[in-house]
Design a protein around this ligand. Structure first.
Ligand SMILES: Nc1ncnc2c1ncn2[C@@H]1O[C@H](COP(=O)(O)OP(=O)(O)OP(=O)(O)O)[C@@H](O)[C@H]1O
Ligand SMILES: [Mg+2]
Length: 360
């Protein structure tokens, strides 16, 4: 070896993870997004790479493509990212691609030229909004539903980091700069295949006991579908494909606990407490989740079968401040029981309440 080139024999590896500058993002994502650790890991790697400046600064900070079945946390992850980056889960510019299924609708995105129909309407891709904040999140939701011209527009954003609007604003050149934005696209592509794989699992056909093996199978199926649906030039411009997986039972239970915490705090604000038995939780999970819709119907079920009924009992005075309510399951229906009311002068100790409940 030439004497000018120093010998490099110290292997480099990450020894201290606490030095990670994105620790706060990691904490928020892990708090908010349940059971998607491999997706979170992929996002963090991509953001870490982008944050160090090892990137083409004419393009978006990163372009993330989230795919996977419905109701498993893709949009929730975007909300968590917005919370971590901007302290506000709603701080995100969202383009619903299902509204742009025909070529002429694209003019809504970039505005119509002067004199054309809609020229008085503002462009969805608003220059001030997009450039207004560093690390602004721009979300293109359900991109497979968008027209080919929308895909071309996305190619342009990924490639050049700029979109030219049909109208110039006062004192600008009509170009919207995406170089300080984090571009996120979501897609359900491949989710039908994933459902098929999972249904095969459920009936024991080609059963894989190893979760890692199942995860790999899901990844392969989604990747194949992505390759079928999106052109190589599109795929090559995406920084990272992040695959979300169907939620396991434990994760669904955690999502339910998250909703119950919210219901619990609303009850607490009215001065009473609720408790759900395990079989009631199991009932909600069985009834409120679906292989094709993930956790999506669960919130609706909690609102309908729990919160709405509690609100009604509260309005009618059947539940009052100071009550301790147990929600149990009888004959496949949720029933509400109240602990015997205690005099306000006596300090209630609910841990000793045994089975002393009255039906409401
Ligand atoms: N992994 C998860 N962590 C936390 N909450 C989740 C998760 N998955 C689903 N949820 C809950 O279910 C609801 C639906 O999830 P979300 O909106 O993220 O679905 P999605 O994956 O974007 O589905 P779609 O493809 O239909 O848009 C969320 O509001 C959230 O409360
Ligand atoms: Mg979504």
């Amino acid at each position: 070896m030439s004497s000018l080139i120093p010998e490099a024999n110290i292997p480099i590896s990450i020894t201290n993870r606490s030095k990670n500058p994105l620790n706060h993002i990691e904490t928020t994502l892990k708090e908010e997004v349940i059971g998607q650790s491999s997706a979170i890991g992929a996002i963090l790697k991509s953001l870490l790479r982008a944050s160090t400046g090892f990137r083409n600064t004419d393009r978006p900070i990163a372009t993330l493509f989230f795919s996977g079945p419905s109701g498993v946390g893709k949009t929730e992850t975007v909300r968590a990212l917005a919370k971590a980056l901007h302290n506000n889960p709603k701080a995100c510019i969202k383009v619903d691609c299902s509204e742009f299924t025909e070529s002429h609708t694209i003019s809504k995105l970039i505005g119509s030229p002067p004199g054309y129909i809609g020229s008085d309407l503002p462009a969805v891709l608003d220059k001030q909004e997009i450039e207004g904040r560093n690390w602004n999140i721009v979300l293109f939701d359900e991109i497979e539903k968008g027209h080919a011209s929308l895909h071309n527009l996305l190619l342009q954003i990924m490639d050049e980091g700029v979109v030219t609007l049909s109208r110039k604003g006062k004192g600008d050149n009509g170009k919207v700069d995406f170089s300080s934005t984090l571009l996120v696209m979501t897609s359900n592509v491949g989710s039908r295949k994933v459902s098929e794989v999972l249904e095969d699992q459920a009936i024991g056909f080609k059963k894989k006991d190893n979760l890692q093996e199942l995860t790999q199978l899901v990844n392969q199926e989604v990747q194949k579908e992505i390759e079928k649906t999106f052109s190589p030039e599109f795929r090559n411009r995406v920084s990272d494909f992040v695959i979300f997986h169907p939620l396991a039972h434990d994760s669904l239970l955690q999502v339910l606990e998250k909703y119950l915490k919210q219901v619990g705090s609303r009850c607490a604000s009215k001065g009473f407490a609720i408790h759900l038995t395990d079989r009631t939780k199991e009932y909600l999970i069985q009834k409120g989740t679906d292989i094709n819709l993930g956790a999506r119907p669960l919130l609706h079920l909690v609102e309908k079968e729990l919160e709405a009924r509690i609100a009604e009992y509260f309005a009618m005075g059947e539940i009052q401040a100071g009550d301790y309510i147990v929600c149990d399951l009888e004959k496949n229906e949720i029933v509400f029981k109240r602990a015997e009311r205690v005099s306000v002068s006596v300090k209630a100790d609910f841990s000793t309440l045994g089975g002393n409940f009255r039906s409401i």
